[in-house]
Design a protein around this ligand. Structure first.
Ligand code: FAD
Length: 424
């Protein structure tokens, strides 16, 4: 159920195991987060090394290895299936735009090196030699793994590969109810169609879930993206960026940005907006205030590109989980399993998520299902009206921390102690 990356990978992997697979997608495959994201494919399964290290220190090296293996398998599939997904591996740079972020990056560099990552700490001149912005004070370059991809093209390519492998893909087929019937599950679809299945992978991510537990762990948080017109040679020269790295700034509220294959700049992030009762509707994608804010921040970052037009903009729901990374579970007597809540870093991790969901739904004991990452559960979000209140308080606390040299107030410290938070 669900034709984003998780559902598409699950379908491909299950078909390769010899299962008879049907994929039900409520709209179009890749039409949700999977086709709307920034295209940063990070090998991390844990929303970055730092988050993984803080939560699962004993298994971080295993998680890193599994993440690398999964990342390599994505690359191999793209090559083997001839998917034109504009995949490139230029590495990533985290940039510091405030003094206190320099210390955070330096500490992150030490921890990353201890675990074998290849990183370079860049001072102001070094980072500006890579990409020129007057706002940069320093940076941390990650050389290992990490790709940029055109996510919609990847989703469409995976869909085509799944069909080629015998998966029956039904789009515009929203499942409205799912229940047990003996050894099987019965899925009712909008329009009256009904499907019986022995096993179901629920890959519906931030959407209104059909099993209750998912709704406790994942909330949809809107994230906004602008894309410029293609840069001409002169503008290209004005910012450097010959290495084409994927960039992100380092505040609690951060931008992620990159060059596309045709040399536009995709500029997203910063604001993360939650709507009452998990609001998820097309009209929430239009938010002039946020798009203006993003445009203003872009001009501040690259004043030398003054006059460059934005030609595209969109929004999508980030699959936010309180532990900032994918969570798993089973439902309906173990005949259904889910992998949801990647919190804005699911392009790379979703293949692994799909593998785990397949392991769980078949009751397999594997290296993956033995991981604490898979066995543990995140702190649930409270129900409304507390949910909106908690998200609002956290969001304001994060903004304040950015304004106060990164100092986290009592609310954020409490969340840190509980191992919970709010991110995009
Ligand atoms: C703006 C934005 C930027 C992002 N940037 C990045 C990034 O740069 N790097 C990164 O790694 N991640 C990023 N992410 C996150 C990433 O896109 C997601 O983690 C990932 O795509 C999740 O894939 P998925 O298949 O689990 O979910 P989705 O892509 O959301 O797919 C779920 C699918 O389930 C379908 N569905 C839901 N309910 C039903 C139902 N009842 N019946 C049938 N079908 C149903 C939906 O229509 C949808 O197609 C970003 C997300 C957004 C929104």
């Amino acid at each position: 159920m669900g034709g984003g990356f998780t559902g598409l990978w699950a379908a491909l992997l299950a078909a390769a195991e010899g299962s008879d697979v049907v994929l039900l997608e409520g709209e179009r495959c890749g039409g949700a987060a999977s086709g709307r994201n920034g295209g940063f494919a990070d090998p991390s399964l844990t929303h970055g090394f730092e988050n993984g290290l803080s939560r699962w220190p004993a298994e971080i090296d295993e998680l890193d290895r599994l993440g690398d293996e999964s990342f390599a398998a994505i690359r191999e599939t793209i090559e083997a299936r001839g998917i034109d997904a504009e995949w490139e591996e230029p590495g990533f740079i985290d940039v510091a735009t405030r003094e206190h972020e320099l210390d955070d990056l330096a500490e992150a560099a030490v921890r990353a090196r201890e675990h074998g990552a290849s990183v370079t700490l860049l001072d102001r001149d070094a980072v500006r030699a890579e990409v020129d912005s007057p706002t940069y004070l320093g940076g941390l370059a990650w050389h290992d793994g990490g790709a940029l991809v055109n996510p919609a093209k990847l989703a469409w390519g995976l869909r085509a590969a799944a069909i080629e492998d015998g998966v029956a893909v039904h789009e515009d087929t929203r499942v409205t109810a799912i229940r047990e019937d003996g050894d099987e599950l019965v899925l009712d679809c909008e329009g009256g169609a009904r499907l019986r299945a022995r096993r179901v992978v629920l890959a519906t991510n931030a959407f209104t879930p059909l099993v209750r537990s998912i709704g406790r762990y994942v909330i949809p948080v809107y994230d906004y993206v602008l894309v410029t017109e293609p840069l001409d040679e002169e503008r290209r020269a004005a910012i450097g960026w010959r290495g084409r790295q994927g960039l992100a700034d380092s505040g609690n509220r951060f931008h992620y940005y990159r060059l596309t294959a045709d040399d536009r700049i995709l500029w997203g992030g910063f604001e993360a907006i939650y709507h009452w009762r998990n609001g998820l509707r097309p009209d929430l994608e239009e938010n002039a205030e946020v798009f203006d804010l993003l445009a203003g921040n872009f001009e501040e970052t690259f004043p030398q590109l003054e006059g460059l037009r934005f030609t595209h903009r969109w929004a999508g729901a980030i699959d936010t989980c309180s532990r900032f990374c994918v969570t798993f579970g089973t439902a309906l007597g173990g005949k259904a399993a889910y992998a949801v809540g990647y919190t804005g870093l699911g392009v790379g991790a979703s293949r692994f998520g799909a593998q785990v969901a397949l392991d769980l739904v078949h009751g397999r004991d594997t290296e993956r299902t033995r991981l604490e990452l898979v066995r543990s559960r995140p702190i649930p979000f409270p129900p409304e009206p507390l949910r909106s209140a908690a998200v609002g308080i956290t969001r304001r606390a994060l903004i304040r921390a950015d304004e106060r040299r990164g100092r986290r107030g009592p609310w954020l410290k409490l969340l840190d102690r509980m191992g919970a938070g709010f991110d995009s």
